[in-house]
Design a protein. Structure first.
Length: 702
């Protein structure tokens, strides 16, 4: 997604960029734009969701597993409504992402309604439903298609609306057009050819013969992936959608160069929830991926020098270099594994010059395969070899993420990995990041994982091991923190929000209040309409997001949980001799709340658990998620509770499950965080609990 930073004078191009970027509930005065809906063949049509766009009605395409999607074109603003066939489908809430768009729909029974201001790529789910078995709806509002191609256009291989069975074998010099409403069952094979263009609004559905219970998806051969390239040159893929239903890598490229993917939508869903990478390089490079959407059931992007099988002698065959990859302005999600993986413990190859920028990461995998999943994993320890240099990650917004990075390699070296302007939006990471082995020249600039910009390893929850060099830290030129009043915040009460620091005429402030409303300015006023919360789940928790940028094009994002409620829960009186329990499975203590107001507690644990405050009903953890590749135990997940509390002592009780005996303690020690008035997201310090012996105690004990 292009970034939007209003200027004093807007060119037509910059105005279009703004429209594409925000796609939220903006106060638009212009008339709604024209909308084009494409026919959905009966073979793939589903009425599980019925969508209306500016009054035009359509079913959706059943993509893979429990995933559904709709492509449509719009030249500007549109009102979108989604009606589920189950009248209670949205009873537990609804989440429209990317979070930074600030969209909260209006709900009436089985129908949700919201406004977009132009082309945008959305994922719509019920809260917490982001794994492979979840029901997910993807809406892709595209700019108007302008190729003008028809079945009579000379020199074009034209696929019209309807179902086409059989793979597409590209020839050198081909222009292949998949019109809106075209569905191709098969593969797109770009095998030892050059100068090929594939474009349109059509869809490729790959449903191959791969075994469902083990991995055959790595095989490199025609008709084995949604898109496969071998020794290809000068290839452009533009606008199409690729769906993979079987257990295989989705887009696989070997020794191919000068490749561009623009506005592609890549969706993989399979009950096995594994071995369904989004895009893989087996040697090659010179690749651009721009303005695209990926939902994978394994690594979204994987970089290898080769892959000829899992036998040790095959894994040790040296691979070819992978160089010069740019991934930008896109939305990425996976049900398992990493956003970017480089290498494997026995692989030998070199890579360089990888850039990922302006990305919304909706979901990374939870758990790990020997090592935890991450935004960026470079794992070749202990037997992999290769030099991997010049990797840059910048302007990345992390929503539902597990760890920032896992970089582990002994031979020969990892150098110059840069993380610049990384912002966690609406949640902490689950486990620490790790640098291990022959790793140096790692830098973090403007990295904020929820508690402010990181200036040291502790801020980042980073471990440096086995000879790795300490990374460098630098704060970004601008920040985006903000404050709001303590005390009870009621629905329809006017609340003052103030950006931190003096009002600077060279800084620009844009607010998203998590209820569909926006505002601009250093200090703004807002009244929340209800206590339902951003997710319409009755929590009272609204995700308030501030976007700040300056005249030099630096930017920053910040979020806070603001709790709206009808009353404050009273504090309790305790005696210093009162019995408090704590064991391996029960955490039972009193916590001092310094200021009255709304607080959100986040429990990180890998076991089934519940958390309760005072006499309120406990909140239970999500269903346990097993790790993979033989890793013991379950994945760490977050359990969140939001409540408005009076200042003083409050009883906190956590009860954890008993299925942890064979698990690594590194993955299973419970962590309790909080955030509230004047308190950014952080682990609750020991001194905040009753009876703590921690030094520097600053709270009363009676």
């Amino acid at each position: 997604m292009p970034e939007c930073r209003p200027r004093a004078r807007l060119t037509l191009l910059s105005l279009l960029v703004c429209v594409i970027s925000f796609g939220s509930l903006l106060p638009l005065k212009e008339a709604y734009a024209s909308v084009t809906l494409y026919p959905i063949p009966a073979e793939v049509s589903s009425s599980h969701f019925i969508v209306r766009v500016n009054g035009k009605v359509t079913p959706v395409l059943h993509a893979a597993a429990k995933y559904y999607l709709l492509n449509f074109d719009t030249s500007g603003a549109a009102t979108v409504s989604v009606t589920a066939d189950d009248p209670h489908f949205w009873d537990t809430g609804v989440e429209v992402r990317p979070v930074r768009l600030g969209i909260r729909p209006l709900r009436k029974g089985a129908t949700i309604t919201f406004t977009i201001s132009g082309p945008v790529k959305l994922s719509i789910t019920r809260p917490g439903k982001h794994f492979a078995t979840s029901e997910m709806l993807f809406l892709f509002a595209n700019p108007p298609e302008q190729s003008g191609f028809t079945a009579q256009t000379p020199g074009v291989r034209y696929y019209g609306p309807g179902v086409h069975h059989g793979s597409i074998d590209a020839r050198s010099g081909d222009t292949i057009y998949l019109s809106g409403g075209a569905v191709i069952y098969g593969s797109l094979n770009i095998w030892k050819v050059h100068d090929v263009r594939v474009l349109g609004r059509g869809t490729i559905i790959y449903d191959g013969p791969q075994a469902s219970d083990h991995d055959e998806g790595w095989m490199h051969k025609p008709n084995w992936h949604a898109i496969v390239m071998d020794d290809a040159r000068n290839i452009e893929i533009d606008g199409i959608t690729c769906i993979t239903r079987s257990r295989t890598w989705q887009i696989q490229m070997r020794d191919s160069y000068h490749i561009g993917f623009y506005d592609v939508k890549v969706i993989g869903g399979n009950p096995s929830n594994a071995n369904q990478d989004g895009m893989d390089w087996l040697g090659g490079g010179d690749t651009t991926v721009s303005n695209s959407f990926f939902r994978a059931s394994d690594d979204v992007f994987a970089v290898y020098g080769n892959w000829d099988g899992y036998a040790p002698k095959l894994m040790r065959i040296p691979g070819h270099n992978v160089d010069n990859i740019t991934i930008e302005n896109s939305v990425l999600s996976t049900s398992i594994s990493n956003i970017v993986r480089v290498g494997w413990p026995q692989k030998t190859f070199n890579s360089s010059n990888f850039v990922m920028r302006n990305i919304d990461v909706l979901d990374t995998g939870f758990g790990g395969c020997k090592v935890p999943f991450a935004l960026f994993e470079l794992w070749a320890d202990p037997n992999g070899h290769g030099a991997h240099t010049n990797y840059t990650f910048e302007n990345i917004r992390l929503e539902n993420w597990y760890s920032l990075t896992q970089i582990r390699q002994r031979n020969p070296e990892i150098r110059r990995i840069t993380f610049t302007n990384i912002w966690a939006i609406d949640g902490p990471g689950m486990v620490p990041s790790v640098l291990k082995g022959n790793v140096a020249d790692i830098s973090f600039e403007g990295v904020n994982t929820g508690g402010g910009q990181a200036t040291n390893d502790a801020d980042l929850s980073l471990k440096v091991e086995d000879g790795a060099k300490e990374p460098s830290y630098k704060e970004a030129p601008i920040d985006a923190g903000f404050a709001y009043p303590d005390g009870l915040l009621r629905p329809k009460q006017k609340i003052t929000f103030t950006a931190l620091g003096p009002d600077n005429p060279h800084l620009h402030y844009h607010w998203f209040f998590g209820d569909g409303s926006v505002a601009s300015g250093h200090q703004v006023y807002h009244a929340f309409p209800d206590a339902q919360g951003t997710l319409l789940n009755g929590s009272g928790r609204f995700r308030v997001i501030l976007h700040v940028w300056d005249d030099s094009d630096h930017q920053a994002w910040s979020w806070r949980s603001v709790v709206v409620a009808s009353h404050l829960h009273s504090a309790v009186r305790i005696q210093s001799s009162q019995f408090i329990r704590q064991s391996r499975h029960i955490f039972d203590k009193y916590l001092y709340v310094p200021e009255p107001g709304g607080y959100t507690f986040t429990l990180l644990t890998s076991t089934n658990a519940s958390i309760a405050i005072d006499s309120m009903e406990p909140v239970h953890s999500p269903e346990a998620r097993a790790q993979v590749c033989g890793s013991p135990g379950d994945a760490v997940q977050a359990t969140r509770l939001s409540v408005a509390l009076q200042s003083g002592w409050h009883h906190v009780r956590i009860v954890r499950g008993f299925q942890i005996e064979n698990a690594s303690s590194a993955f299973h020690a419970p962590i309790l965080l909080w955030e509230g008035p004047g308190i950014p997201l952080q682990v609750i310090p020991a001194r905040a609990y009753f009876g703590s012996s921690a030094t520097g105690r600053i709270i009363p004990t009676d």
